[in-house]
Design a binder for this molecule. Structure first.
Ligand code: DX5
Ligand code: ZN
Length: 220
């Protein structure tokens, strides 16, 4: 299984994104947290910022939309040229229709669930998605501790992805660090968002490689 590390720029310097991007240029993708102050109680940035990031980023962008009105807004983010756009199942009135529209824009599409949201609807429509994001914290803020009870959904998703044999990434987001990444990988995740643990490191590129190495040997 190929491990992917996606640093979250929620923990970056918001007036120096370009500089900070260069410090994580060895990441597989840069995770961009879009928050609207409604779907989550925090506000980051919107479409013009993401479009500009797309122009200057040294890696593909993995956009995580934590916004309401996603049925209306998600395609705009896909049109920026982002490699993937992930929306929350809780925010969409029709996750399959929206996934198809995002894919039609040329982006990979991901579907995310909060810790308390069941995976049933996602698993019933799995082939419509390129990525499943199981949130391991309540979305909204960086620096929280991983919620252990969310990990059983990672296991459920892994079983179903393997059963249908599809090329679907299984992403986890929230509280991932060098102490727990191997254990989370054991549950079946292959794509790891890490905000605090990367950006608070003195050697960010080295931390990315450490996380990748630890997740690549989950049974050790
Ligand atoms: C939380 C965001 C995460 C966050 C992760 O709502 O979706 O991407 O930045 O940050 P850490 O790794 O610090 O938990
Ligand atoms: Zn995120």
């Amino acid at each position: 299984m190929t491990v992917r590390i996606h640093p979250s720029i929620l923990s970056a310097d918001f007036v120096n994104f370009q500089r900070d991007f260069e410090t994580i240029a060895n990441s597989d993708s840069i995770h961009i947290d879009v928050m609207d102050g409604h779907f989550v109680p925090n506000l980051t940035f919107g479409l013009p910022m993401v479009a500009r990031m797309q122009e200057i980023a040294p890696c593909p962008l993995d956009v995580h939309l934590m916004i309401d009105n996603v049925d209306r807004l998600a395609e705009g983010y896909a049109d920026t040229g982002a490699a993937s756009v992930t929306f929350h199942a809780e925010a969409s009135s029709d996750i399959v229709a929206l996934a198809r529209r995002v894919r039609a824009c040329g982006a990979k599409v991901g579907v995310a669930v909060k810790p308390a949201t069941a995976l049933d609807e996602v698993l019933a429509n799995l082939s419509e998605f390129d990525m499943v994001l199981v949130m391991t914290v309540e979305p909204g803020f960086g620096g929280q501790s991983l919620i252990e009870s969310s990990l059983h959904k990672v296991e459920l998703a892994r079983v179903e992805i393997d059963r249908i044999g599809a090329d679907i990434l299984l992403q986890v987001d929230g509280g991932i660090d060098e102490h727990n990444i191997a254990r989370v990988a054991n549950f079946g995740a292959d794509t790891f968002v890490a905000g605090t643990s990367v950006f608070k490191s003195v050697d960010r590129a080295g931390q990315i490689e450490l996380l990748r190495e630890l997740a690549s040997h989950p049974s050790i």
